[in-house]
Design a protein around this ligand. Structure first.
Ligand code: ADP
Ligand code: MG
Length: 630
């Protein structure tokens, strides 16, 4: 490649974020530098997909007959690798825009995490790549010469050493597409070998759907195609080996972990569909996907129509990866019309059904694996129960709960719960809180524990959201145990010899508590369901939105929950002593702080304490001092 002598060679500065990225990459000790090739091939493949899509409707393109392919050439002596594609190409402005700023979402995440230390960076380079710029891990200098598919656009040339600048000029290039010439760094000479490149391509890019030709520069022939190129999803499931699914997954997603589950759907009615869907093994990757990048690859007759289609699965299944190919989608569909196409709706139904069925089978046949799934993605299914009426019936049996019977280590389904309900039990009980620890200690559970009534623990912020739309399972209502008017199967048996606060003393105590707590509580009354706890807070009947408190507390900064009813346990030693003190020594300076603390304890257990820790510590110290004085 000779330097074109021209006067329009401009030198431009990279955007700041690119400079930062390049600086980190240049100094990174990342050992798997080979992924630069995966990134460049993936860009070439994107460019080929785009021109293929363009040509469906536009015949005014440069080189319409040219084979859609990638050619890689190696010069071992000069330590140069050249990668050519016949893709969509870039004009001068596009070169500046695409290779001077940060387009790649992996690269953006990379920069955000740059401060978290080398471990985080390595993981991102490995799993997501950092796009085009990863070439500077191995390149001394990179030259890109590109000719856009638009006949009127001139070819252009971009060049950079990966420092703070790049230069732009004109170029001679007759054919459509992009050519990237990499002058390797001194210490990256190992990559100037066809043997090495072939093994990297097989490892990371085997399923790229366009042929990748590879040859050494001195070879006169065209080079041989080194990638497998199979559209795995178009094969019959019985002919695909398990590790082919895994390899395809890794190459599709760049995830280095195998998927937890795959589903291969081949059907011709009601709609033609060839699809492979994957459930990844970890959600952690999903956190990076919080960027609007999720979605399935949608093909029609092997032409990629969309990279991230979101219409083929309900939103709550956004953690699912995969490919969908349907010959029933018209080839010239625009991305917008995919959404409104009736075929899309049919496909979505078929895919969702199949995936949920597969999860059900997993839950029945491999409990341990299903629980792994549940830990990672259960929250998405809960979201589905809350948001997606169409899937609800299938989703409810996929839910898993901890309960008063399972404890924190085992799980129960709604079906199992109902099957083992007490004979006279009418409803499904649950307790809501902001952590498993606090719901397990909830004073609401006293009665249920004593009577061996199972209560489900709901401790995810999304749980309240879920139960407020899932009001029943089968014929059974779901009921919060903090309900003020629980219709309990029987009243708790009181042991005769337990001391109880007499009526008039109790009335006085109630008055005093009301006076101290004021409008922080709605009312004070006797709690008949309490056994081991001195008190509890119950929601008044009219507080219909209380299950949403936990999620609102997460979402709204200044959220204040509506006041509740305070119930006191007339048999609890703290309450009996307090009542006695109010009756015999109402000036006692311990009374008010004890009432305050009793109330705050309940708020703490519910994860709803909004007061100041300093105030509480001061009060506790006063109470401790008094206790020690006795
Ligand atoms: P990403 O591929 O995630 O968008 P990259 O950093 O890999 O990010 O690439 C940046 C952009 O450069 C691409 O989005 C694309 O527009 C352009 N690009 C890179 N390589 C090519 C190529 N071979 N042909 C056409 N465009 C390309
Ligand atoms: Mg890319």
């Amino acid at each position: 490649m000779s330097d074109p002598v021209n006067s329009t060679l401009d030198s431009l500065e990279y955007r700041t974020e690119v400079k930062q990225l390049l600086d980190i990459l240049a100094h990174s000790l990342y050992t798997d530098r080979e992924i630069f090739l995966r990134e460049l091939i993936s860009n070439a493949s994107d460019a080929l997909n785009r021109v293929q899509f363009e040509m469906l409707t536009n015949h005014e393109v440069v080189d319409p007959e040219r084979e859609l392919a990638i050619h890689i050439e190696v010069d071992p002596d000069a330590k140069v690798i050249t990668i050519r594609d016949s893709g969509i190409g870039m004009n001068r402005d596009e070169l500046i825009e695409n290779l001077g700023t940060i387009a790649h979402s992996g690269a953006r995440t990379f920069l955000q995490n740059a401060s978290k230390g080398p471990g985080a960076l390595e993981e991102i380079i490995g799993q997501f790549g950092v796009g085009f710029y990863s070439v500077f891990m191995v390149a001394e200098e990179v030259t890109v010469i590109s000719r856009s598919y638009r006949p009127q656009d001139a070819a252009a040339r971009w060049q950079s050493k990966g420092d703070s600048r790049f230069s732009l000029g004109t170029a001679e290039k007759e054919d459509r597409g992009t050519e990237i010439r990499i002058q390797l760094k001194e210490d990256a000479g190992e990559f100037a070998s066809t043997w090495r490149l072939e093994s990297i391509i097989k490892k990371h890019s085997d399923y790229v759907s366009f042929p990748i030709y590879l040859k050494a520069q001195e070879d006169k022939e065209e080079g041989k195609v080194v990638n497998r190129r199979t559209a795995l999803w178009r094969q019959s499931p019985s002919s695909v080996e398990a590790d082919q699914y895994t390899e395809f997954y890794k190459q599709l997603t760049f995830d280095d972990q195998p998927p937890l589950l795959h589903v291969h759907l081949v059907a011709d009615a009601p709609a033609n569909v060839r699809s492979i869907l994957y459930v990844p093994s970890r959600r952690e990757r999903g956190a990076l996907r919080m960027q609007p990048e999720y979605g399935l690859h949608l093909y029609s007759r092997k032409v990629l129509i969309q990279n991230h289609n979101r219409d083929l699965l309900p939103e709550y299944l956004r953690f699912v990866e995969g490919v969908v190919d349907s010959e029933d989608l018209p080839l010239n569909v625009s991305r917008e019309t995919v959404q409104s196409n009736p075929i899309t709706r049919q496909l979505r139904k078929a895919l969702t059904n199949r995936l949920l069925k597969e999860l059900k089978t997993l839950s029945e046949q491999d409990t341990e694996k299903y629980i792994t799934f549940w830990h990672e993605f259960g929250i998405f299914l809960k979201e589905g129960v809350a948001m997606d009426m169409a899937s609800r019936d299938q989703l409810v049996d996929l839910l898993r709960f901890h309960s008063t019977r399972t404890g924190p280590d085992a799980w129960v389904t709604l079906r199992e719960y109902v099957e083992r309900m007490q004979p006279d039990q009418k409803v499904i009980y649950y307790v809501v809180g902001d952590s498993l620890k606090s719901v397990m200690r909830s004073p609401h559970l006293d009665y249920f524990r004593k009577h061996d009534l199972e209560v489900l623990f709901l401790a995810d912020p999304i749980d309240g959201f879920m139960v407020s739309s899932l009001r029943e399972y089968g014929e059974k209502q779901l009921q919060n145990v903090d309900d003020a008017n629980l219709d309990l199967p029987e009243t708790p048996a009181k042991e005769e010899d337990v001391e109880s606060v007499p009526d008039d003393a109790f009335d006085k105590l109630v008055e005093r508590v009301k006076q101290v707590l004021g409008d922080r509580i709605r009312a004070v009354r006797e709690g008949k369901t309490l056994v081991d706890s001195p008190a509890r807070l119950v929601s008044p009947d009219d507080d219909t939105a209380r299950d949403l408190q936990y999620i609102r507390r997460v979402l709204e900064e200044n959220y204040v929950a509506p006041a509740k009813v305070l119930e006191l346990n007339r048999h609890h030693p703290t309450v009996t002593s307090l009542a006695r003190l109010v009756e015999t020594d109402e000036q006692n300076e311990l009374i008010d702080p004890v009432i305050e603390q009793l109330f705050d304890n309940l708020q703490l257990l519910e994860g709803a304490y909004s007061g100041s820790p300093a105030d509480m510590v001061e009060r506790i110290q006063r109470l401790m001092a008094a206790a020690l004085r006795q």
